[in-house]
Design a protein around this ligand. Structure first.
Ligand code: GAR
Length: 194
């Protein structure tokens, strides 16, 4: 069997820096993932992840939600692009928006998210700061299938680590280190099952 017949098409959705996008794109290029990043979707045209995608030669759809009347309108456009690229798996990687029925209905069980906490604790955009403020002693990362709620859906994998300090940037550094490995492992597990 040739490599191309096994290769899956991944879409990555991101809103900001894109270090997880970078990890996924790099793993594909090095052949560590039996996949290619066929599309990057970003809701902030100025985000650094857009430059990262250009550097990797990944087709990008960068849009400003303000230019659309409704979420359904821009998700319909995203749906067309996903279908056109035969996307097998959508990986949310710091995409700070809820996904609505338009995408969920068509890609049910094929959209996953990574989150910097041990879900269901500390959902939302400020999980690390909230966990540090709360005095948490065991931090972690979760990868899960998504539902229509914020950081909700069935958990696929979690990694935890103990840390007794209060330095949020140190926690963030350790979380990113874990994320960049865990997301690749989970993606590989999913695409080789299908
Ligand atoms: C990651 O830590 C990811 O877990 C988090 O955003 C960061 C994006 O970093 N996602 C959430 O908080 C989702 N609620 P990156 O842009 O460097 O990949």
């Amino acid at each position: 069997m040739g490599l191309n017949t096994q290769q899956k098409n991944i879409a990555v959705f991101a809103s900001g820096n894109g270090s997880n996008f970078e990890a996924i794109a790099g793993a594909c290029e090095r052949g560590e993932l039996a996949a290619r990043v066929a599309l990057m979707v970003c809701d902030h045209p100025d985000a650094y992840v857009v430059q990262r995608a250009a550097h990797h030669g990944v087709q990008t759809f960068a849009f400003d939600p303000k230019n659309y009347n409704t979420k359904a309108d821009y998700e319909a456009q995203i749906l067309q692009l996903l279908d056109a690229q035969n996307i097998d798996l959508v990986c949310l990687a710091g995409y700070m928006r809820l996904i609505s029925k338009v995408l969920l209905d068509q890609y049910e069980g094929r959209i996953i998210n990574i989150h910097p906490s041990l879900l269901p604790a500390f959902k939302g955009a400020h999980a690390i700061e909230q966990a540090v403020d709360y005095g948490v002693k065991v931090f972690g990362v979760t990868v899960h299938f998504i539902d229509s709620t914020m950081d909700g859906g069935r958990i696929i994998a979690q990694r935890a680590f103990a840390y007794e300090g209060s330095d949020a940037s140190e926690v963030e550094r350790r979380i990113h280190e874990i994320e960049h490995k865990l997301y690749i492992d989970v993606i590989q597990q999913i695409i080789t099952q299908k």
